[in-house]
Design a protein. Structure first.
Length: 625
């Protein structure tokens, strides 16, 4: 089992050579790169392609070259901050700086770099975590070389596939790109601080790496960058040479360190200019008066009363995360303890870290024990407190969503690294760790794919169709050799509707009729409560259809309705189970006997009619042979 021990008396350098065998290292790297490539390209392998609003970074880069801070309105659309007749972005600068270089190399791919950018940031973040892990394990003299190798391999895979980083790289839309670069920079900054604390002979190179990481992080996402900015003075003066304050060797060392901090100073200066150019103040990072969201109306941008709700979603346990149908794990709709403090009518999804990353939470709890017992260097204790501040800012924000769960990773990863420096690990605990990492990877991958299949409006229709075909059971109509008459070609005898009339060959949302990853040309789309009646053509003996809900409604937790068919006397010929978002498509093939008229009904239950979309796909009368 995991047992806390005292911290090592002196720092150990990283072990020479590879932490695992070369084949294992290559296989791990290839598996992570291949998995991320499939996710970010939506299983197409095409790294160059458009993503939602990603061209706004290209536009910002072009404006920056002219000394301007605005973007083209068409590139950012409704996500713009409208100030003085110009459109500004609230996203970080760093992706735009990348676009300047990339577009200079290949102008023809303007607006199509988002996947390359997100993939690069994600792989670099994994590399930073792996480097930190290697450094932390080198400090532990209680673990054997084989144990260190296995832990390194397991936790690297766990970080790549069992944390919110996977969610970020699964969609290269504008909301994710700056965040994944912020996480990447934060992880490298964390590694640099640990290197300065544990390997004092490499402190200057650690400061330079820290400074470059701060440049990336501060210009990507301020919440990730704030702990690095606050830690910079402590790192600058950390363990200066002994002697009087004005001693030559001490001044020389301080001058070299200040020079190494140049990238950080450049980041702060560029960020201050960017704020001033947009808002007229170097201290303003977003002007909500120019935005469509008004946090002042719901308790302000930050409010400590929101923390319980945020922690509930990021760390709680939700039974509806699990499903009896593939892929078996999905993200849960955000639940608010005090709804009035959050954006009204707009709830996103989260996958609790308790469910998806138990290996990380467990290690972090053990690391916290070491911090509280002061079994760690003062520099890392300080940075733990600063990362806790970051977590407090994020959890007091007026919006809760899975992409913000990544903001908790630096704190959890630092605490995990601390725990690895002073713990013993038994064989049973190593097996338990492997099981937790395996579960985390499965749960996170499954939930991320389900999110892209059922929720992500920015995923392509082809990708959604592929995922539905992969996870949902296939269904097909029986072959008929006799005459077939499709209901969409027949006039209705009568119809009623509550919200919208029944539609032919489309869903109630005027979207294609899809079931289990396949699109169909014919059918009737309805919204409960609705009915539509048809006369049965002469000679027809059966009514056949594929019954399904609209794919875009799959994750709607308010969906509950039934498909029903009645004859001209009101007798029920068919009644489905209660249809919910995860109910697979149903094949209906019922005999008509002497029936002369059928009424198709979409009947909502007593819990309201939101999301109750009923599609009678390829509905037809036929001769039954």
């Amino acid at each position: 089992m995991w047992r806390p021990k005292t911290a090592p008396e002196s720092c150990s350098p990283p072990p020479k050579g590879l932490p695992v065998s070369l084949p294992a290292l290559i296989a791990t790297c290839l598996a992570i790169a291949a998995g991320y490539l499939l996710l970010v390209t939506q299983c197409t392998g095409r790294l160059i392609g458009p993503e939602w609003l990603s061209s706004s970074f290209d536009s910002l880069g072009e404006h920056l070259l002219r000394g301007e801070a605005d973007v083209d309105p068409n590139s950012i659309k409704w996500e713009a901050l409208k100030i003085g007749g110009k459109s500004y972005a609230y996203f970080g600068l760093f992706p735009a700086l990348l676009r300047i270089a990339l577009n200079a190399l290949h102008p023809g791919w303007r607006g199509e770099w988002a996947r390359v950018s997100c993939l690069s940031a994600a792989l670099l973040a994994v590399a930073a975590f792996s480097s930190l892990l290697r450094l932390a394990l080198a400090q532990n003299r209680e673990l054997s070389a084989k144990q260190r190798q296995r832990i390194w391999l397991l936790l690297t895979v766990g970080f790549a596939f069992g944390t919110p980083l996977l969610y970020l790289v699964s969609s290269a839309r504008i909301y994710h790109e700056a965040i994944v670069w912020g996480l990447c920079g934060s992880m490298w900054g964390l590694y640099a601080l640990a290197r300065a604390a544990w390997c004092p002979e490499r402190r200057v190179s650690a400061i330079l790496l820290f400074s470059c990481a701060l440049f990336v992080t501060w210009l990507s996402r301020v919440t990730f960058g704030l702990p690095l900015v606050l830690a910079a003075p402590a790192l600058l003066f950390w363990c200066l040479p002994p002697g009087p304050l004005l001693a030559t060797n001490k001044l020389r060392s301080l001058a070299i360190r200040c020079l190494a901090m140049s990238p950080a100073a450049a980041a702060l200066a560029l960020g201050a200019w960017y704020n001033y150019a947009r808002f007229g103040s170097v201290w303003t990072f977003c002007d909500y008066n120019a935005f469509y969201l008004k946090p002042a109306e719901i308790g302000g941008e930050l409010n400590l009363s929101r923390i319980p709700s945020a922690l509930l979603n990021y760390l709680g346990f939700f039974a509806n995360t699990f499903s009896s149908t593939p892929p078996w794990v999905n993200m849960s709709r955000v639940e608010y303890l005090k709804p009035g403090l959050f954006t009204q009518g707009w709830r996103e999804e989260t996958l609790s870290l308790t469910t998806a990353s138990p290996w990380l939470l467990g290690g972090a709890m053990l690391g916290l024990y070491s911090v509280l017992r002061r079994r760690v260097s003062g520099l890392l204790m300080l940075y733990s407190a600063l990362l806790a501040l970051q977590a407090g800012i994020v959890t007091s924000f007026f919006f809760v969503t899975q992409r913000y769960a990544s903001e908790l990773l630096p704190l959890l990863v630092l605490l995990l690294a601390i725990s690895l420096t002073n713990l013993k690990l038994s064989k049973g605990a190593l097996a338990a760790l492997a099981a937790l990492v395996l579960w985390s990877s499965f749960a996170t991958v499954a939930a991320t794919l389900h999110w892209n299949m059922a929720i992500n409006g920015d995923a392509s229709k082809e990708y959604k169709r592929f995922l539905r075909g992969l996870f949902l059971p296939s269904i097909s109509l029986p072959n008929r050799s006799g005459r077939v008459v499709y209901l969409n070609d027949l006039p209705a005898v009568r119809e009623t509707s509550t919200f919208t009339p029944s539609l032919r060959n489309t869903s109630a949302l005027k979207a294609p009729l899809d079931a289990a990853g396949e699109s169909y040309p014919y059918g009737i789309g309805m919204h409960a409560h609705s009915t539509i009646a048809f006369a049965v053509p002469l000679g027809m003996t059966r009514l056949t259809a594929i019954l399904a809900t609209s794919p875009s409604m799959m994750n709607c937790d308010k969906m509950s309705f039934r498909f029903r068919v009645r004859d001209e006397r009101g007798v029920v010929l068919f009644e489905s189970e209660v249809i919910r978002g995860k109910t697979p498509a149903i094949l209906m093939d019922i005999p008509l006997g002497s029936t002369t008229e059928v009424t198709l009904q979409a009947d909502g239950l007593s819990d309201g009619f939101d999301c109750d979309h009923a599609n009678w796909i390829m509905a037809n009368f036929n001769e039954g042979h």
